[in-house]
Structure formats: C-alpha cells, structure tokens
Design a binder for this molecule. Sequence first.
Ligand SMILES: [Zn+2]
Length: 109
Amino acid sequence: MWDSVGLFTVKSCYSLLLQYSNTVVLESNVLDAIQKLWKNDVPSKVNIFGWRLLLEKLPTRAALHHRGILNNPHDISCIFCYMQMEDCSHLFFNCSFVKGVWETIYIDG
Ligand SMILES: [Zn+2]
C-alpha cells in the first residue's frame, strides 16, 4: 500500500484496491461507476458514500441484520414503506415512499 518512496498515499491505496477489484467479482457496470466516481471533483465524503452505496456497504437494516446487530427478522423491513427488505437498492432506487420524496424535491426544487 506504499508508494514508490515508501509513503502511504490515497493514490497508492486506490491502486491497490484496483488490483484487488480484479479478483473480486463485480458487475462491469458497478466497476465502471466506481472508476468514474473516483475521477469526479465531488467532496470526498460524497465519493465515499457513493462507493459504499455501489458496493452495498451502507448500514441498512438488511446489512445490520446480516452482521447480527438486528436479530428480529421483522426489523429488516424498510422503515418507510414496510413492504420490502431495506437494502441499498430498495432504499435508494425502488422504495415507492422514497421515490415520492425525491419527486417532491425535484418538482419543488
Ligand atoms: Zn421502502
């Protein structure tokens, strides 16, 4: 993880992760999105959030259940609609309640 002069840099870490990504099976569209995400001029916290979203590493209810933090299966339902399991794809792309919120923001904004 060290660069050519023996120092840790974000670039050296990124290069290591890119090498590692070749051994991890990621869908090509997810890998493309991750690569584009790192080459944008957005704040690093936005980059990291997007990265965690694409890799399903956000602390959703499903992830917390998978880690043994939420033990009751009834607790993994989406907090907004209670219709589906709350994972990243549901919470950000498929939840009807959240879609309504985004539409309201888009129309009013
Ligand atoms: Zn929902």
